[in-house]
Design a protein around this ligand. Structure first.
Ligand code: CP
Ligand code: NVA
Length: 329
């Protein structure tokens, strides 16, 4: 696998072999880190991290991974840079590419990160856009493989808002890796017809299955993984909460749903999650709509079927793999 100089903007740009190669590389780098073996082969390089939306996992993963690889990093927060306000995306890309060896972008439309890549002579990595969250996918693949020992044939059910970054990307991941993807939701929240068709075409080559259900019990039967995400994503207006709650409450991940799936089914979530009242937004929603938990119950989140913290740790190892593979000599 030779990904030197490549951008990492969406999984659709990568072959099955390349995706699996990145997962293998992440496993290798994780093993080195656990054993205390130094792997600072990218000494002397520097990366820029543009965050137009907030982050805990992705930002920390890029910073820790950069440091482990011997690189310096600069974090540009959602308010302090000129990007998009006083300076165009294209100009920013050219400026940053003249100083840094790689650029991460988290923000709004996929088109923005594609524009940065177009104007930048160094690798650009997508740290989340409205449409896709590809680095999350590598972490999810590594976590599923660590748990089940394989990826091909694994049945992953996504419950909730399946037409945004995480849902879209999981459908692509499953298509590329020959997995079985089911979106279980109100059909308003299924991915676009165009993306579904693209994934079904890929599935013909890989043996993947892509299907959909509006029935929470029917759709989750036999699942190996049940995955959900928050109901209102970053950048969406607060006014949408009421409609989302109404539409998506029937698709909350509960212990009944987990039991319906089967004894070996695990729970995954990209995080952050509203599973209790220990967040500001969680408390506001409780006050306004009377909910104690949203996309997943606290019982499932805290149960031994939940592998969300293993998944979160793997963000760092997989982001390190992406940077290493694209920047190495
Ligand atoms: N899962 C994820 O991307 O988390 P952050 O928003 O904290 O980066
Ligand atoms: N769908 C969520 C994912 C967060 C990691 C969002 O975009 O806010």
């Amino acid at each position: 696998m030779d990904l030197r100089g490549r951008d990492f903007l969406k999984l659709l740009d990568f072959s099955t072999e390349e995706i699996l190669g990145l997962v293998d590389l992440a496993a290798e780098l994780k093993d080195k880190k656990k054993k205390g073996i130094l792997h600072d082969e990218l000494r002397g390089k520097n990366i820029a991290l543009i965050f137009e939306k907030t982050s805990t996992r992705t930002r920390c993963s890029f910073e820790v991974a950069a440091h482990d690889l011997g690189m310096g990093s600069t974090y540009l927060n959602p308010t302090d840079s000129q990007i998009g306000k006083k300076e165009s995306i294209a100009d920013t890309a050219r400026v940053l590419a003249s100083m840094y060896d790689g650029i991460e972008y988290r923000g709004f439309e996929q088109e923005i990160v594609e524009t940065i890549a177009k104007y930048s002579k160094v690798p650009v990595w997508n740290g989340l856009t409205n449409e896709f969250h590809p680095t999350q996918m590598l972490a999810d693949a590594l976590t599923i493989r660590e748990h089940f020992g394989r990826l091909k044939g694994i049945h992953l059910v996504y419950m909730g808002d399946a037409r945004y970054n995480t849902g879209n990307s999981l459908m692509v991941l499953c298509a590329k890796l020959g997995m079985h993807f089911t979106a279980v939701s109100n059909k308003k929240y299924f991915p676009s017809e165009e993306l579904i068709q693209t994934c079904r075409d890929i599935a013909k080559e890989t043996g993947a299955i892509i299907d959909f259900s509006e029935d929470a019990y029917e759709g989750t039967r036999g699942a190996d993984v049940i995955y959900t995400d928050i109901w209102v994503s970053m950048g969406e207006p607060d006014s949408i909460w009421e409609e989302r709650i109404k539409d998506l409450e029937p698709y909350r991940v509960t212990m009944d749903i987990m039991n319906n799936a089967g004894d070996d089914c695990v729970f995954m979530h990209c995080l952050p999650s509203f599973h209790d009242l220990n967040t500001g937004i969680g408390r506001q929603i409780k006050e306004k709509y009377g909910l104690d938990e949203m996309e997943v119950t606290d019982e499932v989140f805290e149960s031994d079927r939940s592998i969300v913290f293993e998944e979160a740790e793997n963000r760092m190892h997989t982001i390190k793999a992406v940077m290493y593979a694209t920047l190495r000599k």
